[in-house]
Design a protein around this ligand. Structure first.
Ligand code: 2HA
Ligand code: ZN
Length: 279
């Protein structure tokens, strides 16, 4: 068997967690990532039938979550209580590879969580989001949760309706509307680590790859770690520009007609027309 610490998926996961930490998005144990792996890629490194232990699916407390649509699927996932700061220097303690068990009520640990750990407290929200995204995009592989600073700051001073929040972000960077043309979903403040927030996030994920958890953070979904990171990074950049300018007199703006020209130039058809105010 090959050395799993050298696997491309492992190196990418470590680099992503380090980047997110250094950007200040994931203080202490904030944030979590789950990355669905193909059985054949994992089989180069591990016996995918050999479980080290069985772990019940839970959030902060036990939860009601039906993960049966993911039965047999394998995820590389960050651990509960673990710090993104430490993932790269000790992946085998801070990360785990789990296979969703029969009926979707527990997971089988194939690798990692070497100090007795278990998947992130947001595991139900992640898995329900995977189920929702896979229905609309069979190539989706990644769910990522983070606490990006300016996105959070914006939650405290901007209206939280999806149209208005998305429109402001689109106005802040020329390419925002091309990067997330479907807009950004917004959930009100809710208790985290529960199946309620998991189900609410998953419902939004049928429509959006980005879901803001008001005054908490953001969820992103994508085909790769890079794509998902890039989505959150783009929202965060736009939110930063908003927060740097919101208190100053606005002299210029990117107009809705300009946004439409961008969509046409990049051939983007599936955008939220109702989030634009076109004459
Ligand atoms: O894992 O970010 O939302 C810590 C969190 C919970
Ligand atoms: Zn969080």
């Amino acid at each position: 068997m090959k050395d799993i610490l050298k696997a491309k998926f492992m190196r990418e996961m470590c680099a992503t967690a380090s980047n997110m930490y250094r950007l200040g998005w994931d203080e202490r144990n904030g944030g979590n990532i789950s990355y669905m792996l193909e059985e054949r890629e994992v089989a180069e490194y591990l016996d995918t039938e050999k479980a080290l232990r069985e772990i019940p699916v839970m959030g902060v407390n036990s939860v009601e979550a039906d993960l049966s649509p993911l039965e047999g699927r394998i995820f590389l996932v960050t651990g509960t209580g673990k710090y993104f700061k430490n993932v790269e220097k000790d992946p085998a303690v801070n990360l785990g590879i789990v296979k969703i068990g029969k009926g979707g009520k527990s997971v089988r640990l194939l690798w990692g969580f070497e100090d007795g750990g278990r998947p992130t407290s947001e595991f139900p929200a992640h898995m329900m989001s995977h189920i929702a995204r896979l229905k609309v995009d069979p190539e989706n592989r990644v769910i990522m949760h983070s606490h990006p600073t300016y996105t959070l700051a914006m939650n405290f001073v901007h209206e939280l309706d999806e149209k208005s929040f998305t429109h402001t972000l689109w106005e802040m960077c020329t390419e925002c509307i091309v990067v997330f043309p479907e807009g950004v979903g917004v959930l009100p403040w809710m208790l985290c680590g529960t199946s309620e927030i998991g189900a609410a996030t998953a419902r939004k994920m049928e429509e959006f790859r980005l879901v803001v958890w008001a005054m908490h953070g953001i969820y992103g979904a994508g085909k790769t770690l890079d794509e998902t990171f890039g989505l959150i990074e783009t929202v965060e950049k736009a939110a930063q520009i908003y927060m740097l300018t919101a208190h100053l007199p606005r002299k210029n703006t990117i107009k809705d007609e300009d946004m439409l020209k961008l969509l046409q130039l990049f051939g983007v058809k599936n955008y939220r027309k109702d989030f634009l105010d076109l004459k």
